[in-house]
Ligand binder design. Structure first.
Ligand SMILES: *Cc1c(COP(=O)(O)O)cnc(C)c1O
Length: 395
């Protein structure tokens, strides 16, 4: 499946996209568990290193199983090129550090995944890169920050854990006028529910650990963008610094992609039901879910996403004690900091994933001590609701 692949619909691309069959004609993608490759002759090796012919050289630079995963994800995203990395954070780190140099400036939305926040606030300044955070939902703040020439904008929408939206089209316009490329961490939306590139993003990053694996088995990451940027900016950085994805992980993630739309669609339908159920319960102060009318940015969410996603965030009345009592009473839902899994997972962000964010920043983000983030899994939604209901009796 090559030339006409672009015209296939997402569910088809997820199963067939990027398949590169060996001469054996295997049905499933072959797993090339090899670190290196051999050449027919010294001349062929020389021509490969001179870039005169295309031949795999070493799995740090490229591997056929990893390439199949990259090509499938690129087709789904509608991106010209993709590079897979060992983890989501390796993808974010490579996207930023390959593009930036001393003296550059970065503007980012405050509501970032904890490690992304650390890279922007602590790591980049060590290399002489200045950084500024803005409230992602506030276009006036973006406008002010991007009145100064800038090299890169990093944002996450919907954000973790408060499901705050950033207006991708408007921010991309401001960013490009300031001279910046726009890097979007699209993990919460998944490649199915939101397409940042047509809205103006230059680079999209994923933690494949989340919905793309979706079955809690492994870590992985991906960076997608134009062929020119990936070849000239990203690939030399990846090739020489080594955040490569293992071929085994790429093989499992190829299988993860095959069921991505089935799993994400089921998760979205269940999450919406869970959000509506929680909103009716005494003891729940507030629910955040993008397709609900009471989401503070409901219209924007509906304009840039095709469904609400698999994450529901809610605030328990009674603060940390009540939130802990609720979580400890779950029988089906597990306590975990992970998300995007087939198993339903609950997180208390203020004491775990977001505990290192200074308290006043946490308050600005709305992450109170009563907030719980629920990653809705693939169990029967009635059992998830029953578990929430019996736990709420304990609060
Ligand atoms: C998990 C996550 C990451 C980091 O990915 P890893 O695979 O854990 O390294 C980055 N951004 C978001 C939004 C995430 O949820």
């Amino acid at each position: 499946m090559t030339e006409s692949s672009q015209s296939y619909r997402p569910a088809t691309l997820l199963v067939q996209g990027g398949v590169d069959r060996s001469p054996h004609g295997e049905t499933a993608e072959a797993l090339y568990l090899t670190s290196g490759f051999v050449y027919d002759s010294a001349e062929q090796a020389e021509a490969t290193f001179k870039n005169e012919i295309v031949h795999y050289q070493y799995s740090r630079f490229g591997n056929p199983t990893v390439s199949m995963f990259e090509n499938r994800l690129a087709l789904l995203e509608g991106a010209e090129a993709c590079r897979a990395t060992a983890t989501g954070m390796a993808a974010v780190h490579a996207a930023l550090l390959s593009h930036l140099k001393c003296g550059d400036r970065v503007v980012a939305s405050r509501a970032l995944f904890g490690s992304c926040h650390w890279i922007v606030s602590s790591l980049l300044p060590r290399y002489g890169i200045s950084t500024e955070f803005v409230d992602g939902g506030d276009l006036e703040q973006w406008g002010k920050a991007l009145a100064t020439p800038t090299n890169l904008v990093l944002l996450e929408t919907p954000s973790n854990p408060m499901l705050e939206m950033v207006d991708l089209t408007a921010v991309a316009k401001l960013a490009h006028a300031a001279g910046a490329i726009v890097v979007v961490d699209n993990v919460f939306a998944t490649p199915l529910l939101q397409k940042p590139i047509p809205m103006g993003a230059d680079v999209v990053v994923y933690s494949c650990t989340k919905h793309i694996d979706g079955q809690g088995r492994m870590l992985g990451g991906a960076v997608l963008g134009s062929k020119k940027w990936v070849d000239e900016v990203l690939q030399p950085f990846i090739r020489n610094t080594g955040p490569a994805m293992s071929p085994f992980n790429a093989w499992v993630l190829l299988k993860g992609l095959e069921t991505l739309s089935l799993r994400v669609n089921a998760g979205c339908a269940a999450a919406e039901k869970v959000a509506n159920f929680l909103a009716q319960q005494a003891g729940i102060a507030r629910v955040w879910y993008p397709t609900r009318q009471d989401h503070p940015q409901h219209d924007l969410a509906m304009a840039q996403m095709s469904a609400g996603g698999t994450m529901v965030t809610f605030e328990v009345a009674g603060g940390k004690d009540a939130a802990f009592r609720l979580m400890n009473a779950f029988k089906l839902i597990a306590i975990s900091n992970n998300l995007g899994d087939s198993k339903s997972l609950a997180t208390h962000p203020a004491t775990t994933t977001h505990m290192r964010i200074p308290a006043d920043d946490r308050a600005k983000l709305g992450i109170t001590d009563g907030v719980i983030r629920l990653s809705v899994g693939l169990e029967d939604v009635e059992d998830i609701k029953d578990d929430l209901a019996q736990a709420l009796l304990m609060v």
